[in-house]
Design a protein around this ligand. Structure first.
Ligand SMILES: Cc1cc2nc3c(=O)[nH]c(=O)nc-3n(C[C@H](O)[C@H](O)[C@H](O)COP(=O)(O)OP(=O)(O)OC[C@H]3O[C@@H](n4cnc5c(N)ncnc54)[C@H](O)[C@@H]3O)c2cc1C
Length: 402
């Protein structure tokens, strides 16, 4: 019998899942992806776009090109899910499913008027034109709320901006302000200290436990602190779940889809969630009464997609269903074409266990190769060079198959 798998969202998770399912399942099973934008942008490259190391066209691709043939693509907004009837409604279509996968990512709210950002494609492109004209002064990078995607990105952004201005000979003080107690708090104090060290070595000021209260007239106001001068403010916006996820009947109190950490199933056995829109609770707490949550990052969306493809295939074909194991990694851009590399097990008990490798050119090049691999699409991923890259990644337990 033919089954239909509907995936809401063609980002990192949705694309990986659709391609892996198409590779695994016989053609009689339908794989339908609903995506509201026809153009995919590779978000990790926004950091390079913002300092002029990429052009917009180099980091965007038509979604259709990134999907294998045989995956059906509906360009439109998934507006409502009728879980009882197993139907997704777009503005124009009602699409039935046997299994639904929420892969809608996170949406952003820009509360800090007058600030720039590198968290969106347009924002990063605009920030480059602002940085080009910047004549010097105080640059403040502000994390306005948690959670946000890619816990390393604010530190990377700060180091890249600092490096860009330094190379141009512009005199600037770059500071990173955040509500968090340390960088990447989920990764533990040791890694936090290592990242603080990376920032300090590059002359970036790091200011934890800073809760933004307002901005205006070249200054920022943080709760219980003296105002700080800021000639250029770059904000990491507040992240919220997409409406369709919040209203699907499977969300936690904050609106993210609550899933079993390993199977990625929600409380409705026919609905799964992967990537940024999923709430995955980890062992341990990071403040009293605040559970640790899996960070929102492409590397997890990617790995969850592969595990879930195996699970759905096992439901259809029989066999053992794989589980998402919680391993993750991050190449942390430091400027000067260098990067650090953090990797480890986020499901470790009593709390995640991560290691950080010294800053070096290899990690930066690995990130560039990953970008190229991703943007080249399924054809390249099956080529000899793609296979060599996959083998290299496997050394670190990273599955880049497809
Ligand atoms: C500056 C920056 C740097 C980053 N660097 C890294 C990095 O180095 N490593 C890393 O692992 N991660 C990184 N990330 C994070 C990574 O990009 C995200 O975690 C990843 O894209 C999440 O994948 P996803 O599939 O869950 O969501 P997304 O890739 O965001 O895709 C979600 C898709 O769903 C679509 N959608 C949403 N709602 C609907 C709807 N109702 N109907 C139809 N379509 C819908 C959206 O249009 C979108 O295309 C970075 C992010 C940023 C912003």
């Amino acid at each position: 019998m033919s089954k239909t798998i509907v995936i809401v969202g063609a980002g990192i998770g949705g694309i990986m899942l659709a391609n892996k399912l198409r590779e695994t399942l016989p053609p009689r099973h339908r794989i339908i992806v609903i995506e509201r934008t026809a153009e995919h942008a590779f978000a990790a490259s926004f950091l390079w776009l913002m300092v002029g190391q990429r052009e917009r066209n180099a980091i965007t691709r038509p979604v259709r090109r990134l999907l294998r043939s045989g995956v059906e693509l509906v360009i439109g907004e998934a507006r409502e899910i009728d879980a009882k009837e197993r139907v997704v409604h777009t503005g124009t279509e009602a699409i039935s499913y046997d299994w639904l996968v929420l892969a809608g990512g996170a949406e952003m709210r820009f509360d800090l008027a007058g600030s720039e950002t590198f968290f969106t494609l347009d924002g990063a492109e605009r920030l480059y034109s602002v940085l080009r004209e910047f004549r010097g002064g105080n640059v403040a990078i502000v994390v306005t709320a948690t959670p946000y995607k890619c816990p390393g990105a604010p530190a990377e952004g700060a180091m890249l901006i600092r490096d860009y201005l330094r190379q141009k000979g512009v005199s600037a003080q770059v500071d990173l302000y955040t509500t968090e107690p340390r960088p990447m708090p989920v990764a533990g104090p040791e890694l936090g200290q290592a990242v603080t060290g990376m920032l300090a070595e590059r002359g970036v000021g790091y200011h934890p436990n800073h809760v933004l209260r307002g901005a205006g007239q070249g200054a920022l106001a943080f709760e219980g602190r003296d105002p700080v001068k800021a000639d250029l403010v770059v904000s990491i916006p507040r992240h919220v779940p997409p409406d369709v996820v919040r209203t699907a009947g499977v969300a936690n109190a904050a609106g993210w889809a609550a899933v079993d950490p390993r199977t990625l199933v929600t409380k409705d056995p026919s609905i799964f969630a992967i990537g940024d829109c999923a709430a995955v609770q980890l062992p341990g707490t990071w403040k009293p009464d605040t559970p640790l949550m899996l960070p929102k990052a492409g590397v997890f969306a990617h790995a969850q997609a592969l595990a879930l493809a195996g699970r759905i295939a096992a439901e259809i074909n029989g066999g053992t269903a794989p589980e998402f194991c919680g391993d993750g990694f991050c190449m942390l851009e430091a400027g000067e074409h260098l990067a650090g590399f953090a990797f480890g097990d986020f499901f470790a008990t009593p709390s995640p266990k991560l290691e950080l490798r010294n800053v070096g050119r290899t990690w930066h090049l690995s990130k560039v190769m990953f970008e190229q691999w991703w943007l080249a699409g399924p054809g390249f991923r099956r080529s000899a060079l793609g296979a060599a890259m996959q083998a290299g990644a496997k050394v670190y337990g990273i599955e880049m198959k497809l």
